[in-house]
Ligand binder design. Structure first.
Ligand code: PMP
Length: 283
C-alpha cells in the first residue's frame, strides 16, 4: 500500500514524518475519515469543506486547493488499486521547534492513507452496541470546538477508555450543560413516537457527514426529524437509538447504562435508514 505525503508516494514502511512535526508534538492539525464505495468517494466535497473549515479555525493554511486535494485522494486510490476503501486525510502543522509557536513551523504536511475497511459484523448491526455514559464530558466548545476534527483526540480517547473499562463498546458523552452530545467516534440519534431526534451542532458535537446524510434520508422517507437538545432521560426512554459515522455507517444501540433501549435490538426505523443508506452507497 502506498501512502501520499506532500506530493510523493511512499511504501507503507517508508511513510514517515519528522518527530518535530507539531502534529505529533502537539496534536496540531486536522484530519478526515472518508469512504470510497465502488470507486466513488462518498461525500468528498462535504469532507473537504469540513477539513478546510477546521484548518481555517486553527489558522492552518492547507498548501493545496480543494480540487488538488481531491485529485490527490483519487490518485492515492488509483495507485493502490482500491475501489472500496477507508481514506484518512491528515494535515499537520509541519516541522517546527520544540516550542508551541505555529509560526515557527515550515510547510504543513498533507498525508493520505488508504486502507481496506474493517466493519462490525452483520450480527452486531442487528444486535446493537452497548453504551456507557462517561464522566469525561465532550470538549467545551469555548475551549476546543468539537466541530474541528483536530489531531487532538484525547477527549474522545479518554471517553472510550472509560467505556471499555465499564465493559461497553462505545461511550456516551455529555456536553458541558449535561446534555447528550455524541459518542467518542459517532453521532447519536433516537426515535421517539415516530420522530427522529438528534442533538443540534451547537450542542458541542462534530457535525458528522453521515449524520447529515441520515437526516436527508429520513426526511425523504417522510420521517420527521428534529435537531433538539437531548438528555439521558430521552435516551433511556427512546423507542430506538442508533449511531452514525463514516466507518460504522448506521449502527443500532441495544443498551445504555444497563437500560435496554426499546426492543433491545435494531428497531424498524433504524433498519429502514440502514437499508436506504446501503442503497445510496452500494447502488
Ligand atoms: N463524532 C466524532 C467525535 C467523530 O470522530 C466522528 C467521525 N468518526 C463522527 C462523530 C461521525 O462523523 P462522520 O459521519 O463525518 O464520520
Amino acid at each position: 500500500m502506498k501512502v501520499y505525503i506532500s506530493g510523493k508516494f511512499y511504501d507503507k514502511a517508508d511513510a514517515k514524518i519528522s518527530v518535530y512535526d507539531h502534529g505529533l508534538l502537539y496534536g496540531d492539525g486536522v484530519f478526515e475519515g472518508i469512504r470510497c464505495y465502488s470507486g466513488k468517494v462518498f461525500k468528498l466535497d462535504e469532507h473537504l469543506d469540513r477539513l478546510y473549515d477546521g484548518a481555517r479555525h486553527i489558522h492552518l493554511e492547507i498548501p493545496l486547493s480543494k480540487q488538488a486535494f481531491a485529485e490527490a485522494i483519487h490518485e492515492t486510490l488509483r495507485i493502490n488499486g482500491l475501489k472500496d476503501a477507508y481514506i484518512r486525510a491528515v494535515v499537520t502543522r509541519g516541522i517546527g521547534t520544540l516550542g508551541l509557536d505555529p509560526r515557527k513551523c515550515g510547510k504543513p504536511e498533507v498525508i493520505i492513507i488508504t486502507d481496506s475497511i474493517q466493519l462490525y459484523s452483520p450480527e452486531t448491526y442487528e444486535k446493537g452496541l452497548e453504551l456507557a455514559t462517561v464522566a469525561t464530558i465532550r470538549n467545551h466548545p469555548a475551549a476546543l470546538d468539537p466541530r474541528i476534527k483536530s489531531l487532538n483526540y484525547l477527549n474522545n480517547i479518554l471517553a472510550r477508555i472509560e467505556a471499555t473499562l465499564c465493559g461497553c463498546e462505545e461511550a456516551l458523552m455529555l456536553n458541558h450543560k449535561g446534555e447528550v452530545a455524541e459518542c467518542s467516534g459517532d453521532n447519536i440519534f433516537i426515535v421517539k413516537q415516530g420522530v427522529l431526534k438528534t442533538p443540534p451542532p451547537d450542542a458541542g458535537i462534530l457535525k458528522g457527514i453521515t449524520r447529515g446524510v441520515v437526516i436527508d434520508l429520513a426526511r425523504q422517507a417522510g420521517i420527521p426529524v428534529q435537531e433538539v437538545p437531548l438528555t439521558r432521560h430521552d435516551i433511556y426512554a427512546a423507542d430506538e437509538c442508533f449511531l452514525t459515522g463514516t466507518a460504522a455507517e448506521i449502527i443500532a444501540v441495544s443498551k445504555v447504562d444497563g437500560r435496554v433501549i426499546g426492543s433491545g435490538k435494531q428497531g424498524p426505523i433504524t433498519k429502514l435508514l440502514h437499508q436506504r443508506f446501503h442503497e445510496l452507497t452500494r447502488q
